[in-house]
Design a protein around this ligand. Structure first.
Ligand code: HEM
Length: 464
């Protein structure tokens, strides 16, 4: 390296380390990390969505008034009077949905490339917390327009929170210990969705949750840097050479060559992702309006009252058993998610999609298996009813366990254990479980969106 090259390198390192805003980036980055088919830019897409949410949210705050008397009208003003207000509101809403969606997709990319391994368990755990904060942030915003949609969605969710009562009732301890009611009161500032609830949701939405999100994101990025960047495959140089056969000489030189300075290459890539996200969201915001129903009316329930799409799967499970579906299954999924980095210690195939073709096969079979189980159980439910229809006097405690949600979960766990044993690989067992959970999430959400009508009855069912 001659003197001029050396100075230019130092400049590029300084460009990153001296700038507060781009310091989250390490000064050097492996060229494979920039390979689009490795990350699909998903982490940066999430960051971009959050920045857009923050900026549009700050502007919306100027006009929004968080009181039962004024909230709805201030949204009407934003939509119809404020210059650019409708665009701001729309982009804020679509970015919020986008962040939930892309967090799940990013989590799946991390999972299927086993990127939570080699000391990255904390990065993964922070990611799960980010997912939960995202869900809760998006949900807390739902109430703010104070329309029928948000009002009844939040009413349902607060009932789900208090569904621990099904268990405490069965144990005859509700009079002494009712955790669901405590959480519900904490959340709503009472037992009903009123001004206290609006104030609490507003504060959560504009201060506490964004602050937690920012802190967790900073920690997430710091952990990624501490781990030396992304979790690359073992034979990464061979993979890069396969991409660019012209570089097949002198592996030492190649190793150096494959470390790029972040400034400016990676930062341009990130900026272009941000601008693409902004452009696509803007098209959405110009073409599709964020929903706004009539002003909230506690006397006229929406029928069906549906939660936002990302909680519709839970709402479907709650229709089988409120404790089983609202608390137990989500808790089991959370435990499974947090435990993946601790049970999968395999060193092979890290950074490789699906850990290779065997993993891809397991993913596809698991998706089919999960779809089959859900299809059979919902056919039984719709065609033949469930235990209470067959044996009306059955004790309700039994239904906390013997309901389609819990039975589906038991099938998923057994199936994954069988896969782990037959393939002699914990990784493949984990892939089976994650794929079943993902398929279950997608299918129960789809059932909630398209197949449930008034009184939560199935509305389209071609076979019966
Ligand atoms: C919702 C906000 C999130 C943001 C802004 C975010 C951002 C990022 C970025 C920029 C990266 C590096 C580039 C990439 O891999 O795409 C990354 C990596 C990572 N993310 Fe996230 N992420 C978020 C959520 C999540 C979630 C939900 C999980 C999983 C539960 C997760 C787990 C990880 C892990 C383990 C890595 C390190 C991957 C490696 O070292 O190869 N993140 N994240």
């Amino acid at each position: 390296m001659n003197k001029m090259e050396k100075e230019s390198s130092i400049e590029r390192v300084r460009a990153v380390t001296k700038n507060f805003f781009i310091h989250f980036q390490s000064p050097k980055i492996h060229v494979y990390s920039l390979q689009p088919s490795f990350t699909y830019g998903l982490g940066i897409i999430n960051l971009s969505l959050f920045i857009i949410l923050l900026l549009s949210g700050l502007l919306l705050m100027v006009y929004y008034r968080p009181s039962v008397a004024n909230a709805y009208n201030s949204i009407l003003d934003i939509n119809n009077v404020v210059t650019g207000g409708r665009y701001l509101r729309n982009i804020h809403r679509w970015a919020a949905h986008g962040l939930v969606f892309f967090s799940i997709i990013h989590m799946s990319r991390i999972f299927y490339t086993a990127s939570y391994t080699r000391g990255r368990s904390m990065t993964w755990n922070i990611g799960i917390c980010l997912l939960f904060v995202t869900l809760f942030s998006s949900f807390s915003g739902y109430l703010l327009p104070w329309d029928q949609l948000g009002f009844w969605a939040v009413t349902i969710a607060s009932n789900i929170v208090s569904s621990t009562r099904e268990l405490t009732d069965a144990l005859l301890i509700t009079a002494y210990f009712d955790p669901g009611l405590i959480i519900k009161k904490l959340l709503l500032g009472g037992t009903d969705v009123e001004q206290n609830a609006l104030t609490r949701f507003y504060l959560l939405h504009i201060i506490f949750l964004p602050l937690i999100f920012i802190l967790l994101t900073g920690w997430h990025f710091w952990r990624i840097r501490k781990s030396g960047g992304l979790n690359l495959p073992d034979k990464v140089d061979d993979l890069v050479m396969a991409l660019d056969p012209a570089k097949k000489e002198g592996s030492k030189l190649i190793k150096n060559e494959y470390q790029l300075f972040s400034w400016p290459v990676a930062l341009w890539a990130e900026l272009s992702i941000f601008l693409s996200v902004l452009a696509i969201l803007s098209i959405f915001a110009f073409m599709i309006d964020a929903p706004l129903k009539e002003i909230a009316n506690p006397a006229i329930p929406e029928n069906p009252a549906k939660a936002p799409w990302y909680f519709l799967g839970v709402q479907e499970l709650v229709s089988y058993s409120s404790f089983g579906g609202g608390i137990l299954v989500p808790l089991l999924i959370t435990i499974a998610l947090f435990s993946f980095p601790y049970i999968d210690k395999e060193e092979k195939n890290i950074g490789i999609w699906f850990s290779g073709t065997r993993g891809l096969r397991v993913t596809l079979y698991s998706g089919l298996f999960a779809s089959g189980i859900i299809f059979i159980l919902s056919s039984v439910l719709v065609g033949l009813g469930w235990i209470r229809d067959w044996f009306p006097s059955v004790p309700s405690e039994l239904l906390i366990i013997l309901n389609p949600g819990i039975i589906t979960a038991i099938f998923f766990v057994l199936y994954s254990l069988i896969i782990a044993k037959r393939t002699n690989s914990i990784r493949l067992g984990a892939i089976a479980l994650y794929s079943c959970i993902l398929t279950g999430f997608a299918l129960f959400t789809a059932i909630g969106i398209w197949f449930r009508g008034p009184d939560w009855e199935f509305i389209i069912w071609p076979f019966f």
